[in-house]
Design a protein around this ligand. Structure first.
Ligand SMILES: CC(C)(COP(=O)(O)OP(=O)(O)OC[C@H]1O[C@@H](n2cnc3c(N)ncnc32)[C@H](O)[C@@H]1OP(=O)(O)O)[C@@H](O)C(=O)NCCC(=O)NCCS
Length: 173
């Protein structure tokens, strides 16, 4: 990360820039249906943005990551787990290690909040680098298990089972 790059919680006046960044970052992704920006807005509206971090460089928002609550159909005892995503780095800034810094910072902050674990739907070759396991026994809408991933943040936390229920804003997808 360059000296001019910093990470901080979102502020109310960041909402439009976060929306634009998210839409731009996902625009050329084959797996995107263009709902990622509205999902972030929906999470914020519903009070489900448990952690929303922006990365700034030269006073421009060039990165964003969101965490929101999840529950599990077959593991009602697994409380406090969260979903990671959407996560975005502006296209001009991708491939320089900034996404890694943003994701690691987000995971560290969720661990500090005593979140027991994180789930996500995403590319296994990307999130495996951060310790996420695919084919972890969780399911989501019949998706291939290699995209359904989980990470224990607290040692000895049992892995939840069954269908993941994401926050309502994800129903836009
Ligand atoms: C995914 C994204 C956040 C990564 O940010 P980035 O700054 O480009 O990533 P980094 O340069 O920090 O790379 C982090 C690591 O992930 C790898 N990586 C980056 N993008 C990847 C991808 N799409 N698939 C697999 N691996 C990827 C890098 O090779 C790097 O690995 P290394 O640290 O072991 O060398 C960014 O590319 C992005 O915003 N993409 C569009 C939106 C998106 O797809 N979000 C994720 C949806 S699941």
């Amino acid at each position: 990360m360059t000296a001019a790059t910093s990470i901080r919680p979102e502020m109310p006046e960041d909402a439009a820039a976060i929306f634009d960044l998210t839409q731009t970052a996902f625009a050329s992704m084959p797996y995107s249906d263009g709902t990622e920006g509205p999902i972030v807005e929906g999470l914020r509206r519903d009070g489900d943005l448990l952690l929303s971090l922006v990365m700034e460089q030269d006073k421009q928002i060039i990165g964003h990551i969101a965490f929101s609550p999840v529950t599990f159909a077959d593991s009602p005892e697994a409380t406090g787990w969260c979903a990671l995503g959407p996560v975005s780095i502006a296209p001009d800034h991708q491939g320089k290690g900034l996404g890694r810094t943003l994701i690691e910072t987000g995971l560290d902050q969720m661990r500090a909040k005593t979140c027991p674990g994180i789930v996500l739907i995403g590319a296994p070759d990307l999130y495996g680098r951060f310790g996420f396991s695919a084919d972890c026994g969780l399911t989501y809408q019949g998706l291939d298990g290699k995209y359904v991933q989980a990470l224990n943040l607290v040692e000895a936390t049992a892995m939840p089972r069954g269908e993941i229920h994401f926050a309502a804003a994800f129903n836009l997808a």
